[in-house]
Structures are given as C-alpha cells and as structure tokens.
Design a protein around this ligand. Structure first.
Ligand code: ADP
Ligand code: MG
Length: 365
C-alpha cells in the first residue's frame, strides 16, 4: 500500500477579500514544484513554520488540475485490481466538499464526478477493445458515519435505525451488513443517485439538529471486470471527512461534545493509520475506529491519497496549524533543503530520505 499526502489551499471567498492571508504555498528551490505550506507561529509571528507534503496546490489550482495530477493516474491501477482511497481532511469551510463533490458547472466538478466519468470512459474502451469479451460493471454504495454509527445514504432517512448498520468480518475484510449497492451504467445514472443521496444526508442531519459537516461521507465505487473465466473486483473510495476543527473552543453543548469526541477519535486513528502505512509498519491500528475498519486501511493493497484542505485566512489560524500538524505527522517528509527556516516537526526522522517526496511502499500483503 502506498500513501500520498497533499495540501490544497483554497482561494479567498468574495466575502473574505479584505481578510488577512496567513497561509502560503512555497517550493524548496527555483523551478521546483510547490511542496511546502508556510504559516506564522501564532505565538510569535516573526517566526514561520514550514510543512512539507508530496505536493501542494495553491489558490489558482483548478478542479481539473487537481484531478489530473492526483487522481487520474490511479484509474489505471484501479482497473488493474488495486483499491484506491481518496480522503479530504480539514476544518469546516476549507473546501473538502468543493474538492470531492464540487459545483454543478462542468469546470467546477470535483474529484468524485470526474472519477466516475473517467471510470466509465475506461470501462467503455476496455469493452470495445476486447470486443465485448470483457464486461465491466460499476456499482455504488454511499454511507455516512455519524457518532461512530453507520447509515446508508442510498436509503431515505426514515429507514434509519438508531443503532445504524452493524459491521461484520468476512474473509479478513469488514463489511457493512445491509448496505445497499446500486448498479450504475453511466454518468447520468450516477448523478441522479448521488444528488438524491446527498439530499438524504442533509435531511438526516437536520432531523438530528446537526450539520452534515459532522459526519464522514463515504462513496464506494465497485468496479467488476468479468471475462468468461475470471472476475476481477476493485473499489475506489472517496471520503469527505467530518470537519477537523476543535469544537470545544466554540460550542460546549452536550450533543456537540459527543460529536466532537467521535470525530476526534476517528480522525486521530486515521492519521495514525496513514502514519503507520507511510512508515511501512507491519501493524496498522485500523481496528480502533469504525471508519478505518470499514476501509480496511492498511489491509487492502492499494493507493491512498489524503488531501488536506486549507483556508488561507487568519480566522482559521489555530485550526489550520493543528490540521497541518496531524497531516504532516501522517507523512513525514523532510524539508531539509530549506535554509534559515524553522522546520516545525514533532516527528522523528524517518527513512524517506532527503527531500523525501518519494512514496514509500510496503510489499503487498
Ligand atoms: P468544507 O466542505 O470543508 O466545509 P466547502 O467545500 O463547503 O468546505 O467550502 C467552503 C466554501 O468555499 C464554499 O463556498 C466553496 O464553494 C468555497 N470553496 C472551497 N474551495 C474552493 C476553491 N478551490 N475554489 C473556489 N471556491 C472554493
Ligand atoms: Mg463539507
């Protein structure tokens, strides 16, 4: 399994045009790609912290740029039988949903519709190139994890039970029992399902007097390739995570505290899993939360991409710093080339080598 951690800094929104920008993308030398995020030390603003990533995308990055660079290259791997997992991580309001779902206009479409479009295109081509001797079926599941309970988003909220759907182990994998799956033949099919499911998510959250940013939404795309004598199955999972902000600072209500505890726990376990995978550890602590368990993070042989979404303005400063800390722990990349800079690093040196932008791999299974 390999893991990539990238950061995306969103542009200022219209209402933020007069706000103070504190987050900047940078590079380690002239002509190098953007791989560094810089942010002042809130306790002493003459000091700047630097965080390194596999890649950094700045305000001018388009939806297409991001997809082409980070997701499109893995569609081939998906068809080769590898599982692909894409997370959007970050504080509420930083662009996770924009990155994953995006807007309705073609240019504003996010990773998910672009992924589906790319999968359908490849499937069609494969069937054509093999004169129909290979068939490809695409099926969707879509669910959310709220307060550590699993709810099907392809079913109307009325059908939910308080306990949510149970998990069960099967062939070393964790299954969500009773999760529905819908076959999907083209992009139109997908869009209809996806819009309906996202409405279910909002309705369910409203009923609980909560907000959809307090749950993790997981879209699972199963690709089944069949020939006369073989069947190959792989999945792409796209996850819009719950906001990583520290709600204790702003809202002390009991409900919100329960939510925060569940969110913090699962996001913490997620970062530990990604950390362990990128170190090449044998033991990945994926069993410690439902989200990481369901994704079998660390078990599947596949590719994981974590996109850290960042808002550049001062009002997010402390939360931005804390999510930079979590994700840079998740991917210990050296930034030694930067001279005269303060490198903010809690983690010990790992074997990622100088520059360390390499993706570390662990033998499959
Ligand atoms: P989150 O899901 O992390 O809470 P959203 O995706 O809802 O954040 O983004 C917050 C706001 O910022 C939305 O109005 C969204 O349209 C806008 N936004 C986020 N990222 C971008 C971007 N890259 N370009 C333009 N607008 C963006
Ligand atoms: Mg969102």
């Amino acid at each position: 399994m390999s893991v990539r951690v990238v950061a995306r800094i969103r542009p200022l929104l219209e209402k933020e045009h007069d706000k103070d920008v504190v987050v900047h993308a940078d590079r380690v030398g002239d002509g190098k790609p953007l791989t560094v995020v810089k942010i002042p030390n809130p306790k002493n603003e003459t000091e700047e912290f630097s965080f390194a990533f596999n890649s950094v995308y700045d305000q001018v990055t388009t939806q297409e740029d991001l997809f082409t660079a980070e997701v499109a290259p893995h569609v081939k791997a998906l068809f080769q039988g590898l599982d692909v997992t894409i997370f959007a991580y970050g504080v509420t309001g930083t662009g996770k949903t924009h990155t994953m779902r995006g807007g309705l206009r073609l240019a504003e479409r996010g990773v998910i519709p672009r992924l589906l479009s790319s999968v359908f295109r490849r499937a069609k081509k494969l069937m054509k190139d093999t004169n129909g001797s290979t068939t490809v079926a695409v099926a969707l599941s879509y669910y959310e994890i709220y307060n550590d309970k699993v709810y099907d988003l392809l079913e109307p909220p009325e059908k939910r039970t308080a306990a949510g759907l149970p998990l069960r182990e099967k062939d070393g994998r964790t299954m969500v029992v009773g999760l529905s799956e819908r076959s999907c033949d083209d992009l139109k099919d997908f869009e209809r399902l996806y819009i309906e499911a996202n409405n279910n998510r909002v309705t369910a959250a409203t009923k609980l007097n909560a907000h959809s940013s307090r749950s993790h939404a997981i879209l699972r795309v199963k690709v089944t390739q069949s020939t006369e004598d073989a069947v190959k199955e792989s999945t792409a999972s796209a996850i819009d995570l719950a906001g990583s902000e520290d709600n204790r600072r702003t809202d002390n209500g009991k409900e919100r505290l329960i939510e925060s505890a569940a969110i913090n726990k699962s996001l913490f376990v997620l970062s530990q899993c990604i950390d362990a995978i990128s170190r090449g550890d044998k033991r990945i602590p994926y069993r410690e939360s439902k989200m990481t368990r369901i994704l079998s993070l660390g078990q599947n042989n596949g590719i994981t991409i974590m996109i850290l979404n960042l808002a550049p303005i001062r009002s997010y400063h402390l939360d931005t710093l804390s999510s930079l800390n979590v994700s840079s722990r998740a991917k210990r990349i050296e930034v030694r080339e930067i001279e005269n800079e303060i490198v903010y690093k809690q983690a010990p040196r790992t074997n990622s080598g100088p520059g360390g932008a390499s993706v570390q791999r662990q033998p499959l299974r």
